[in-house]
Design a protein around this ligand. Structure first.
Ligand code: G16
Length: 545
């Protein structure tokens, strides 16, 4: 493409997607996220960037997902997906931020500069897959992304409403046809097909109950499970709630984030004591389980529990097949201290702690033959190296009868996994597989270990970037004095632990605390929140004890 044709980049911007705000926006934990009304120009520009990224990757397909995932309905967001279905390479986040914030008048020249900087060959073809969640603002934003792709002569393919992990899966399949077929149907065929396959090998035994209630967060995940439900041949009886009808609002008092953070059951679900419930988030990339007991008390089984359940089953099968494959687990500072102890002391599996954000966990998990990564909020998956897959395949071909059986199960388990990113639907089928294989109930699952009581809070400050952290976000390096204050507060509580960090998806500072009793965890969290408010420029009402 000759340089003069970049003029169209400006023309599209000025006529259709002008930048109408001076609010600075940053590529955060999972892309750009803010009020939907501030995003149209950003999404258009991400259409431009996706084309450049595709050309730098020799024409391989890049994804653009329009979603604000767990955020409430008025927000929206956009993130780019790299060719292997993983999050955008971190060095490009800065470029994305730069492109998103320049004025319309500087857009043409900045685009030209970025083309030079990344050495994009503009004569190559470029391919971009675009998906969106169910927000009413998503179609308009998806159209802006298409215009961005058109402006730089790329080819856009729209997937309409899909879960975020489905788009990651399709991008991966488009660039690596051994992984699957790049379509929603291809996703069902591989992931749901493998689950049904496993069910044929695992008869229902013991206390496992094939009925599963689901809280769909009034988002896209529940809608897709409604399609899947009809194809499960009775292997799993999904009872779906919060599918977006009856005035239910996306993520409002429901969904995985609400359930995890508030430690309360979602509205809109008809609860039955001890019935296990799976709660998804708005774009279907997070999953937590819970049940209410006969006193109506809530029992939460979060991402830490899911990780442990999957890790213990995988290591059990690996042992049975005699395959020599390393297994490791990746968590963040939000992981409950009791879970980390259980993994290290009882399961004897190595644990790595990294910064919040699936991109960090995914990267760390790749250093193991089999890496299991989960954030406590229910965002995670399992990644299997080529070596791991080859070793298991070899046992499936050459092992004795028992070894072959375990290896076959493991190969099916791998196919149920969406290895590209955390995926609530795939994770749900993985969890159900393990519960079914072991013939256990959700209460049995919960008995593996006892969580330390914990609490999460949010504090609004003038500028959340005033908070800096180090050591996988476990230490606060600015503002001065805050970490000393946190240490002092923590030292007053047995088993106390607390940290603070700026959110990358909402305009808040997050506070986490755990201690030996719920009362202490609540009090410690409130005291640390007050310290953040006082030392980091809190706005509005000071948090109360
Ligand atoms: C996103 C990220 C997660 C992260 C969460 C909260 O989730 O993908 O890795 O844990 O945001 O991030 P923060 O604390 O920085 O706001 P989702 O489900 O909203 O895409």
């Amino acid at each position: 493409m000759p340089p003069s044709s970049l003029r169209v980049v400006y023309a599209f911007a000025r006529e259709m997607h002008p930048k109408t705000t001076d609010v600075f926006i940053q590529y955060g934990t999972a892309g750009f996220r803010t009020k939907a009304s501030l995003l149209e120009h950003v999404v258009y520009r991400m259409g431009l960037l996706a084309v450049l990224r595709s050309r730098v990757k020799n024409g391989r397909t890049i994804g653009i997902m329009i979603t604000a995932s767990h955020n409430l309905e008025p927000d929206n967001g956009v993130k780019l997906i790299d060719p292997d279905g993983e999050m955008l390479e971190q060095s490009w986040e800065e470029i994305a931020t730069r492109l998103a914030n320049v004025s319309d008048n500087d857009l043409e020249s900045t685009t030209g500069e970025i083309i030079k900087q990344v050495n994009a060959d503009m004569s190559l073809k470029a391919s971009v897959f675009i998906g969106m969640d169910t927000r009413y603002t998503s179609p308009r934003l998806a159209a802006a992304a298409v215009h961005g792709v058109m402006a730089l002569k790329g080819t856009a393919k729209e997937f309409g409403i899909v879960t975020t992990p489905m788009l990651h899966f399709c991008v991966k399949c488009r660039n690596d046809n051994t992984y699957g077929t790049p379509s929603e149907e291809g996703y069902y065929e591989k992931i749901v097909g493998a689950f049904k396959n496993i069910c044929q090998k695992l008869p229902v035994v013991g206390k496992y109950n094939t009925t599963l209630y689901v809280d769909g967060a009034n988002g896209v995940g529940g809608k897709k499970l409604n399609i899947i439900k009809k194809t499960l041949d009775g292997e799993l009886d999904l009872v779906l709630y919060n599918l977006g009808g009856n005035g239910g609002k996306l993520n409002l008092n429901c969904g995985a984030d609400f359930v995890k953070v508030s430690q309360k059951p979602p509205v809109g679900v008809e609860h039955v004591p001890f019935q296990r419930v799976a709660s998804l988030d708005g774009d279907g990339d997070r999953l937590v389980y819970y049940y209410l007991d006969d006193k109506n008390d809530m029992h939460l089984l979060d991402g830490d529990r899911i990780a442990i359940l999957l890790a213990s089953y995988i290591t059990e099968l690996l042992k049975a097949c005699g395959a020599s494959v390393s297994v490791g687990l990746v968590q963040t500072a939000y992981a409950n201290g009791a879970s980390t102890r259980y993994i290290t002391d009882d399961l004897k599996i190595p644990v790595t702690c990294v910064k919040t954000g699936v991109k960090h966990l995914h990267h760390a998990a790749l250093s193991y033959d089999i890496g299991i990564y989960f954030e406590a909020n229910g965002h995670g998956t399992v990644v299997y190296s080529g070596h791991a897959k080859d070793s298991i395949r070899r046992v499936a071909d050459e092992g004795d009868t028992e070894q072959r059986k375990s290896a076959q199960l493991l190969l099916n388990f791998i196919d149920v996994t969406n290895e590209t990113v955390g995926d609530a639907i795939s994770d749900l089928f993985l969890v159900e597989t393990v519960l079914r294989a072991r013939g256990i109930s959700i209460q049995d699952w919960e008995k593996q270990y006892t969580d330390l009581p914990c609490r999460q809070l949010k504090v609004t400050v003038q500028d959340r970037n005033a908070i800096s952290t180090a050591d996988a976000e476990r230490q606060c390096t600015a503002p001065e004095g805050l970490q000393t204050k946190i240490n002092e507060l923590v030292s007053r509580y047995p088993s106390g632990r607390s940290f603070v960090r700026p959110s990358g998806t909402e305009d808040v500072v997050r506070v986490y605390a755990e201690a030996d009793t719920q009362e202490s965890a609540d009090k410690l969290a409130a005291e640390v929140a007050q310290a953040v408010f006082d030392l980091a420029g809190g706005v509005g009402k000071r948090p109360e004890l």
